[in-house]
Design a protein around this ligand. Structure first.
Ligand code: NAG
Ligand code: NAG
Ligand code: NAG
Ligand code: NAG
Ligand code: NAG
Ligand code: NAG
Length: 304
């Protein structure tokens, strides 16, 4: 899950509970009131011992001042500025690439255990390029907070077990990563189901096609989305998005977008507005170990 994070833990929870989701698959297992337009998982049988699925959504990169990033990210994690400058020479000086993520997890399977899990949505702010081992070169992504579909109990419990802060949330649209608007843009809104008044947790992402301006090539997106993630460094999630399946090809080719993000979500504590930011609407297949790993074991992670 969780873009980590917490899928594996979710499976541990599922297995332990002899999950009600076991064995039963339908088009929209978690939320039977709506049907997703996301495509089936084409790789489950190819990776029977891993959790796999289709992850469909949006990643936007928000340049924030390095000083601000430094203040938000726990002090013990070093920011590997050279790593992202090496990948993105034109990235503005003095800035850090915050990731805004919203996606639908669809058709999750773990064939070796005959397990499937219902779809759910999630949105998050994530911090890539962090050195948590002190070796100066292994890149990890801090993803400690997530909004998750409020009815996806296994995903929520599993994520919390990994140390994430989860806000059970309502997503609009409920089963797809975005909905077309009359002006041609695409919109996704998530909101915590716990009333918070003016301090309510929420995220609104609006995007439009940006074929001409693509500041972050897909190779950069692939890099940041495939860094092992953690909430608590006692465990890391080696969640790998595969950009080479049918879910990223032909009519499903990733689309460069520009967009606006409105959010109040940790580690920020007040409403944020980021306009004129860039990224991609895209789907990939993904694979993920069913149990979390030791972060140090992923230290020599090779580019995929
Ligand atoms: C997997 O679950 C399905 C549906 O419950 C069942 O029909 C099938 O026999 C199970 N397969 C294995 C290998 O347990
Ligand atoms: C991703 O979601 C969009 C919007 O619902 C849908 O049109 C598209 O088919 C989905 N792509 C895949 C590969 O699932
Ligand atoms: C934050 O934004 C939300 C959504 O626009 C709004 O309802 C809320 O009042 C804002 N909070 C503050 C403190 O301005
Ligand atoms: C991380 O997890 C360990 C083991 O579960 C726990 O002892 C520790 O308090 C956690 N640290 C944080 C910052 O949550
Ligand atoms: C991302 O790029 C960094 C810097 O080049 C590299 O060390 C790392 O292995 C890459 N990670 C992935 C997952 O591709
Ligand atoms: C897709 O990429 C993964 C990771 O690089 C690789 O292991 C796999 O063989 C590739 N699959 C296909 C169908 O090319």
């Amino acid at each position: 899950m969780a873009y980590s994070a917490p899928l594996f833990q979710m499976f541990v929870a599922l297995l332990a509970l002899a999950a009600p989701a076991l064995g039963s698959r339908s088009k929209c297992t978690a939320r039977d009131s709506c049907v997703t337009q996301s495509c089936p998982n084409p790789i489950a049988q190819q990776y029977p011992n891993l959790v796999s699925g289709t992850l469909n959504g949006t990643t936007l990169i928000v340049p924030i001042p390095l000083e601000q990033a430094r203040a938000l990210i726990p002090q013990e994690y070093t920011i590997l500025e050279n790593a992202y400058r090496g990948l993105l020479a034109s990235f503005p000086a003095g800035m850090y690439p915050l990731m805004v993520t919203v996606a639908v997890d669809h058709d999750l399977q773990l064939p070796a255990y005959n397990v499937t899990v219902g779809d759910f949505s999630r949105s998050a702010l994530e911090f890539p390029f962090l050195d948590i081992l002190g070796n100066g070169y292994s890149n990890f992504r801090w993803a400690a907070t997530m909004m998750v579909t409020s009815t996806a109990q296994a995903a929520i419990t599993g994520s919390e077990g990994l140390g994430l802060t989860i806000y059970p949330s309502a997503f609009e649209p409920a089963c797809d990563p975005y909905a077309p608007q009359p002006d041609g843009s695409l919109l996704m809104h998530s909101e915590s189901v716990t009333p918070g008044g003016a301090d309510a947790k929420f995220m609104t992402v609006q995007t439009q096609a940006s074929p001409g301006i693509v500041p972050y090539p897909l190779t950069f997106i692939r890099n940041v989305t495939n860094q092992p993630t953690f909430a608590n460094t006692s465990a890391c999630d080696n969640y790998i998005r595969l950009y080479n399946t049918s879910n990223s090809a032909g009519p499903h080719e990733p689309q460069p977008v520009s967009g606006t993000v409105l959010a109040n979500l940790d580690p920020f504590t007040t409403n944020q507005t980021w306009a004129g930011v860039y990224g991609w609407n895209y789907a990939t297949s993904f694979i993920e170990p069913p149990v979390p790993g030791k972060c140090a074991d992923l230290a020599n992670f090779i580019d995929s």
